[in-house]
Design a protein around this ligand. Sequence first.
Ligand SMILES: *Cc1c(COP(=O)(O)O)cnc(C)c1O
Length: 376
Amino acid sequence: MKKPIWISPPHLTGSELTYLKDVIDSNWVTVVGPQLESFATAIGNYVKCPHIALTNSGTSALHLALSILGVEKDDFVLTSTFTFVASVNPIKYLGAIPVLIESESETWNMSPQFLEESILWCLKQGKKPKAIVLVHLYGMPAQIELISELAKKYDIPLVEDAAESLGSSYKNKHLGTYGDLGLYSFNGNKIISTSAGGALISSDESYIKKATFLASQAKEDTPYYEHKELGYNYQMTTLNAAMGLAQFDKLDDYIALRRRNFDYYNSALSPFGIQFSEEPNVDYFSNRWLTAIFWDDKTMKISPESLKEALENENIESRYLWKPMHTQPLYKNAPYFGDQMSEKLFKKGLCLPSGSSLSEADLERITSVIINKIKT
Ligand SMILES: *Cc1c(COP(=O)(O)O)cnc(C)c1O
């Protein structure tokens, strides 16, 4: 069997053990400590956002964001249909109703047109949406200016799910910093990993104070344990933050490597009619977390299943594009606004191995399998 190639494996730097050893030597394996402060400062400075709460996952960061914004049972929360389920589940945790918005074809992210349609529809039901959860998928910035304008026009708080998009920017401003709140994930498959972890950021200090409070069981500032509000156990640990410090040192290198993967695939495969989601203009900068390809029947009559299988036969992992939320059994009854664009992507696309640890030889091995498949 050939050496396996995974879709987006963790990429350890070799210095994790040094940082972890400090934690273990200190005996301080808990949820406060210098590693947490340093990692929070590093991320905050990097994205140029002053306030940050580290969490035990991206999902919990989103759950906190929506709790802070006062999302409650039967509220409408607008979000992207073309995403990973974690963008939507926290809406349901709070008993609110996700309203699913289709993507536009340029960035594959939330369509401003369908967003406005959905807002008008909610208003007609007599309920102003409580929040917009905007996803920047695969690292690609959404049409953030248009979406921010709509959020302002209708006075709806904007949360950016930048779980996949740490390091991506629009007009040199980091994704996650446009909204009222933004979140990142440091899960094992993300661009840098703390094994599991996340962050919630905001320019509004009161939001982050509230997040920190809710993430630690909402314990009141009393000498004994006093609780008035419902909290969670969502804090990051010093061990995860130590991982994060080691990984953070490599963030810019990893972005460059993932962008190199994209460029390699693009130049090797586009002559064969394979299509890519290009950065629409110089304002858009994608970290290229995952390279996704799609095609039409003119290029390849084959299904994603058969291409996936051809890669699997060579011990190469690939994944389907996200199956849109409005086609998921869990969310099939959620209101949906769109033209089924993401269903087409799902039916004719695949995510290719995109890790920062891929070698040129790996990339060559992958593209040759795909080219052979196109030619048959
Ligand atoms: C990974 C991911 C999340 C959740 O992050 P976790 O750290 O895995 O909880 C949320 N949204 C999107 C779009 C993601 O890809």
